[in-house]
Structure formats: structure tokens, C-alpha cells
Write a protein that binds this ligand. Sequence first.
Ligand SMILES: NC(=O)c1ccc[n+]([C@@H]2O[C@H](COP(=O)([O-])OP(=O)(O)OC[C@H]3O[C@@H](n4cnc5c(N)ncnc54)[C@H](O)[C@@H]3O)[C@@H](O)[C@H]2O)c1
Ligand SMILES: CC(C)(O)[C@@H](O)C(=O)O
Ligand SMILES: [Mg+2]
Ligand SMILES: [Mg+2]
Length: 335
Amino acid sequence: MKSTSKIYTDKDSNLDVIKGKRIAVLGYGSQGRAWAQNLRDSGLNVVVGLEREGKSWELTKSDGITPLHTKDAVKDADIIIFLVPDMVQRTLWLESVQPYMKKGADLVFAHGFNIHYKLIEPPKDSDVYMIAPKGPGPTVREYYKAGGGVPALVAIHQDVSGTALQKALAIAKGIGATRAGVIPTTFKEETETDLFGEQVILVGGIMELMKAAFETLVEEGYQPEVAYFETINELKMLVDLVYEKGITGMLKAVSDTAKYGGMTVGKFVINEDVRKRMKEALQRIKSGKFAEEWVEEYGRGMPTVVNGLSQVQNSLEEKIGNQLKDLIQKGKPKS
Ligand SMILES: NC(=O)c1ccc[n+]([C@@H]2O[C@H](COP(=O)([O-])OP(=O)(O)OC[C@H]3O[C@@H](n4cnc5c(N)ncnc54)[C@H](O)[C@@H]3O)[C@@H](O)[C@H]2O)c1
Ligand SMILES: CC(C)(O)[C@@H](O)C(=O)O
Ligand SMILES: [Mg+2]
Ligand SMILES: [Mg+2]
């Protein structure tokens, strides 16, 4: 185990390093919308680059930011931030960024996928760095507006100017991340751990665990509403306790019966076999097999993602969740 040598906070970063520089945020989705608004509200010079005048274009305008066609946005930009989907970045780079950008402009990422797996080969005269928020885009905006920030990782791939880290930390400050903390990493470590996290726990693991538990109860004849409260809705409250007080805090809040059952049956369900599969999933990421498969799936129009989303939308647990939504919302604290 090698612990981080440093956690950067507000006092380690200075917005002046990038003040007045023209920042082009490419894409206005989950992260793009949050970054563009946070950077603008931090007093930085932001434009948004989009390929066409559609939904994102209108949203950008209604948020008070100027949308431009990508090539116009990158033409005069000193810092170009890729916040379009990972599978779109290579084509955007080849067709709309590389031919039009200023020589030596910085190339910035929120995830290392395209650089680590060499889908984008940046010019040798650009600084290339990453600020990877460890949370979803809407939360990056929500926390910033409330005076906080989502923690992030920072990594430098190319440092031609010798100031790449200072610029990366200034952007991290501009989106609010240094209000929490920013940990230095490499493109390799960020890419592999981020993919692993979303596959085995944050997205894949939790989703399948919730579904499997819900379906087990329903198949055994229990009321789906009771199953929903038990296996999906209450999860937030227990994860909130972990977030506020750690795993120990969560354990202290539940009954001794839940502690004993959780400590024994948890290990029976999430057993050595599951850990072996986690290692296998990590191996597929490290070898590049997952990246290869994802590029191929994307090329076929993402059938697995499209069908998977529609299956989830039409599942019994989603129907029950929708029926209970008003009731659940009414019970939420009014702050
Ligand atoms: N979603 C997250 O919370 C999150 C968290 C950390 C890092 N990241 C990283 O941030 C980057 C952006 O991800 P995201 O989830 O915010 O993206 P997204 O899917 O929300 O991006 C959608 C936006 O990208 C643009 N776009 C979509 N398709 C396009 C196309 N074919 N051509 C040109 N532009 C197109 C549009 O502006 C659209 O609004 C990725 O590298 C991702 O890995 C995302
Ligand atoms: C929000 C996540 C899952 O952490 C991010 O990594 C993503 O790819 O959306
Ligand atoms: Mg990710
Ligand atoms: Mg992530």
C-alpha cells in the first residue's frame, strides 16, 4: 500500500494562474454544465463548445453562457476541456479540435480513458492534464452552489510549460474541488480505479445487489412495496450514515441484531468468489479488454446500454419506486 503524499486544498491553489485565459468547455451534459457554470461563477473566462444547435445549445444559453460551434470555441482557447462522452472524444478531437486549436493550447480531461488507452494522441507541445471529480456532475454543481465541493483527483500527462500542476489545481479550485480535497494520481491509476469503481460497486455492483435482493423477496411472495422500502429506499439512509460517520458510525446506528446478521451473512453472500470476480473485472480493465469491448459496443450503437436502460425502466422495482415516489418525497427533510 502506498498512501498519497499530499492532498491539495484551497490554500495550495491560485485562480490567478488561469485568470483571463480563455477556457473552452466542450460538451454541456452532466460534467460540462457543472464545470462551465462553476468556472464562470469563479470569475473565469468560459465559453462552451458544441457540435450542433440542439438541446445542449439552448440549455447553455438559458444558463447565461455563450455556446459556440466547437471549432470556433477552440480557435482562441488557451485551455480546452473535454466534457463530452468518452466514446465521442476521439472523433471530436480529430475532426473539430486538432485542426482548429491554437498551437500549444492545454488539453484537459475529467477521466483518463482516451489518453490512457491511446485513443487520443496529443501533440507534444501541449500541456495535458486531468481533474477527475469523484462524484456525478449535478453534485459538482450542487455542492459548489452551497459553498462546498466534490473531491477530485489530479494528474499530469504532459507538462511542457512547467506549470501544468498549478493550472490543474486552479481549475480544481474553479469547480470547487479544492474546497474538499484534491489527490494527485496518474492517468493510469485514475482510469483503472474509476472504471473498477463504477463497474463493481457504484453503478454495477449496487444496482445488481438491489435488484437481486428485491427480486428474491418478491419471488418468495412478499409485498413489492415492502421489498422496495427494504432493499432500495433505505439504502440511501445507511449510505448517508457511512458518508457522515464512516462504516463504524453506520454500524453504531443499527441494532445489534443487524450488526450480527450483517457481519455474518454479508460475508456469506459477498464471498471469496465475488472477490475473485472483482479481481477478474480489474484484470479486464488493466489489460485493455474492457476498453476494446466498450469501443466495439459503442460502434454498434450501444445496444447493451440502450436495452439495459429500457429493461431497468420497465422493471417492477422502478414501477413500485414511481408509485411510492410522492410518499417518499413527502417524508424527506424540508431544508
Ligand atoms: N457523468 C459524470 O458524473 C462523470 C464523473 C466523472 C468524470 N466524468 C467524465 O466526464 C466526461 C464527460 O462525461 P459526462 O457523463 O459529463 O458526459 P455526458 O454524456 O453528460 O455529455 C453529454 C454532452 O456531450 C455532448 N455530446 C453528446 N454526444 C455528442 C456527440 N456525438 N458529438 C458531440 N458532442 C456530443 C453534448 O453537449 C451533451 O450535452 C467523460 O470523460 C466522463 O468519463 C463524468
Ligand atoms: C459518477 C461516476 C460513476 O463516478 C463517473 O466515474 C462516471 O463515469 O459517470
Ligand atoms: Mg467513470
Ligand atoms: Mg467515477
